[in-house]
Design a protein around this ligand. Sequence first.
Ligand SMILES: O=C1NC[C@H](CO)[C@@H](O)[C@@H]1O
Ligand SMILES: [Ca+2]
Length: 437
Amino acid sequence: RTRAATPDPYAALGAEVVNEFSTAWSAYRRHAWGRDELRPLAATGSDFFIQGSTLGLTIVEALDTLYLMRLDAELDSGVRWVKDNLDVAQDARVQVFETIIRLVGGLLSGHLATKDATLLALARELADRLLPAFTKSPTGAPYRYVNLATGSVSGTENYLAEIGTCIAEFGELSRLTGDHKYYNAAKAALRAVYDRRSALDLVGTALNVETGAWTDTTATLDPPVDSFFEYLWDGWTLFADRDLRTWYTTLTTAVFQRLADRRDGRLWFRQAHMATGADAGHTQSELTAYYAGLLAQSGRTADGELYHDSWTDVLAVHRLPPEYIDYRTLAVVNHAYPLRPEYVDSCLFLWMATGKDRYRSRARTMWQRQRQYCKVANGYTVVNDVTTSPMRLGDLTPGYWWSENMKYYYLLFSNAPRFDYESNYLSTEGNVLRGLR
Ligand SMILES: O=C1NC[C@H](CO)[C@@H](O)[C@@H]1O
Ligand SMILES: [Ca+2]
């Protein structure tokens, strides 16, 4: 008898991920079709961007995940809804950052998956309606909000993640259209922050985009700064812009000099005053767990692995990663777990960077915890308190769950035929802008 090829222990998990995604998608179709978000317990839909209206968030976020999972009939119905219903010219104010990473990014990855020209046209029209937030700003750092119909802007105080997380989506739009105005606006926003770094090469948390004055001088990796650092590196890898690599390297050197806190054999990142480096806090957000993957991608693999170990220790103490902890004690500071993807985000990128199976087994543990604590009849829901037994549940399937969590689990557990594991790029919202087959 020939020895059966050793079955991939993760293959069954991959099939389970697709099955769970399909079940949730059917619930969305039944109870919230065309709405931004699904409320799985109430079995209804809700609005994310504009109260009383929709921008089809869940459908747009799911497009490239449906493609990777080869759920082609569902993909076609999603594209159909977008082409027939998505109105990006509504007379309403939207948050620029969320619209870029979720909708522009989702439309672009949907276009790259399906080659559908309408999806690209919608991404471009939406970006054109967001641009006034950048072009009307005296510093180039964008206002926080814009009205999609009138171009009126608001939100003079803006946060580093919201100012700096756009070059992947805007740069890809410039590449696809040949119009550099999107890339240039995104780079100017990053430069507006970099040029205001302190003498210690630290940046703060929030800027007045009109005066350029820091309105929050706390240096941190936690939100609302987090993906600012991610997109400096991503802009370099996507578009070979050496300025961005220089800015990333300069600021990251200072992060390791001034914020890195090595204690009890663990690596954490404190808060500090950007001008003096003085201690300003010891919290750590689950969202900062993405940084482990970024460190591995950007040449600091050992530190990335060590930082992922820190978050793995949190999972040994808490059944799900709390939204915020005090990293000196691992005590819970914010009790929620809103189905955040960052721990498994880093599992995927550490696995692709190192090839170490430990990151797939860590993802399996996180998958089992999500299934044990977040699974409900109509799919998956957020947790309001991870410390109670049973855990107190909320009622929401966030848009990022469709674009991130389930995509990352699928890519980790299934040898996805439509994905290039050797050469790829996923945005901070999980949108695949390189590597779709
Ligand atoms: O960068 C992000 N921050 C918040 C969400 C996930 O936690 C998501 O929108 C994205 O990954
Ligand atoms: Ca992210």
